[in-house]
Design a protein. Structure first.
Lengths: 257, 208
């Protein structure tokens, strides 16, 4: 049976992991490769690296990061943040990443999704959506939640999947950094609208939040950053609680020897 | 030398790095003739079956892969590389596979999510020297929308995704895995290590 995935996220800036709430109050949280190794040992099912600096001169850093991670980590990982072309996506994938996540650039030009998917496959093409509750449903926002787009999040997810996105990383801006738990309504709405896997993000603060996520929605995975970084929760601890609740998870692996 | 067939498809860096992690040297091979010197061959592949089959043929690999198979050179197919061991795929009926195993590749049906992305438990139904360190129920990382349906019984492992599906097919000197061992943590590294230290893999067989 397919396991529900627990995905630690590393927000990276200038080659270092940072985490406050996602886009403000940054605190240094360490070396990405070192942290990635720790999450692997704790049982993380895959990892997401988001380059939150995302300016043109820092692109090289992202490709280098992918290569460094791939040297030492043998679980899947996704790289996102400021990816605006299929060429850059290709560089990151060739360096050893398994998937790239596109966000703002795909909102500006949805053809980016098809451009990446047709070259590298839908399995490597993740659409990251930052969504905020509005008067009618949920609105897509970009630039780290600062810029509203007028786009409906559910329609956008459907359109992106039709264009080749193989997975949706759904971040609730309302919940991000709040520790109020995942946005169940938003997650359920998107997970029921599309036939590709959905990763819920934003608001997790306890193992019980994950139990609720997987009981109440059809999400395939749950992502979190700061709670894992600062050791408030461990991936293994979350999985123990999920397993006890009867939710399928990948058990701790036998050490390589 | 372990040759990783480089026909421009797949996450080849990850496969090479995973072999390096188990102390084995694996090189990307662009020239089909170089397969004649290979001690073992890995056939990777991701994405569309038709695209993979076309590119493999365009680079001239199929005759050399058949010859290597005939010589008994250990061969491991990964993901679409595993699907290419079969006759063909409904993903692109115009293209043919290598035909080492009779059977075809069909789209995953009866499941809410396609592709299957994530870790699934593999039930072992047969023995193979390269599976010696794999335990029944070990989890491996899958990313696929299609799965092979074996005609002959070469099934060595299955997983459950909307029903029982082929996860591992194999016979003497040949193994195909639908999952990505290079991305399956310690479980995958153990499998790659067993392959890297293999002789021709004689001793495959069904269980029970």
């Amino acid at each position: 049976m397919l396991a529900k995935r627990i995905i630690p996220c590393l927000d990276v800036r200038d080659g270092r992991v940072v985490k406050g709430t996602r886009f403000t109050d940054l605190r240094d949280a360490g070396d990405p490769v070192e942290l990635a190794g720790r999450y692997d040992r704790e049982g993380g099912d895959e990892l997401v690296f988001l380059d939150i600096a995302a300016s043109a001169e820092r692109r090289r850093t992202v490709v280098d990061l992918a290569a460094r991670v791939a040297d030492v980590l043998f679980i899947p990982f996704t790289v996102g943040g400021g990816i605006g072309s299929a060429d850059l996506a290709g560089e990151i994938l060739r360096a050893g990443a398994d998937k790239v996540a596109v966000n703002s650039a795909a909102v500006r030009d949805p053809r980016l999704i098809a451009a990446i998917a047709s070259r590298y496959g839908s399995q490597a093409t993740v659409l990251s959506i930052d969504a905020r509750r509005g008067p009618r449903g949920w609105e897509v926002v970009v630039d780290g939640g600062r810029t509203p787009t007028g786009k409906d999040a559910i329609s956008w997810a459907e359109l992106a999947v039709a264009g080749g996105a193989g997975e949706i990383l759904l971040n609730s801006i309302d919940r991000d950094g709040t520790k109020l738990g995942f946005d169940l309504e938003l997650t359920a709405a998107v997970a029921d609208a599309v036939a590709v896997p959905v990763i819920a993000s934003g608001g997790a603060s306890s193992a019980e939040d994950y139990v609720t996520l997987f009981r109440r929605t059809n999400a395939d995975a749950g992502l979190a950053a700061s709670i894992f970084h600062y050791g408030e929760l461990t991936v293994g601890g979350v999985k123990d609680v999920l397993a006890a609740a009867g939710i399928p998870v990948r058990p701790p692996e036998r050490a390589f020897a | 030398m372990i040759a990783i067939v480089d026909y421009g498809v797949g996450n080849l860096a990850s496969v090479r790095k995973a072999f390096a992690a188990v102390g084995a040297r694996a090189d990307l091979v662009h020239d089909p003739i170089a397969l004649r010197d290979a001690a073992a061959i890995v056939l990777p592949g991701v994405g569309n079956f038709g695209h993979c089959a076309r590119e493999l043929a365009r680079f001239g690999f199929p005759p050399e892969l058949r010859a290597a198979r005939h010589r008994g050179v250990p061969l491991l197919g990964i993901c679409v590389g595993m699907q290419l061991l079969f006759d063909g795929s409904e993903e692109d009926p115009a293209e043919v596979g290598l035909g080492f195993y009779p059977g075809s590749v069909a789209r995953l049906t009866g499941v809410p999510r396609v592709p299957q992305i994530g870790w699934n438990a593999v039930r072992l139904t047969g023995d193979h020297p390269w599976l010696r360190d794999v335990a029944d129920g070990d989890f491996f990382y899958f990313v696929h929308s299609y799965a092979a349906e074996a005609v002959d019984d070469v099934t060595l492992g299955t997983m459950d995704y909307g029903g029982k599906r082929l996860a591992i097919a194999g016979s003497d000197g040949l193994l195909g895995v639908q999952f990505h061992p290079e991305k399956s943590g310690a479980n995958g590294l153990r499998l790659l290590r067993a392959f890297a230290t293999a002789d021709a893999g004689v001793g495959a067989g069904r269980r029970g």
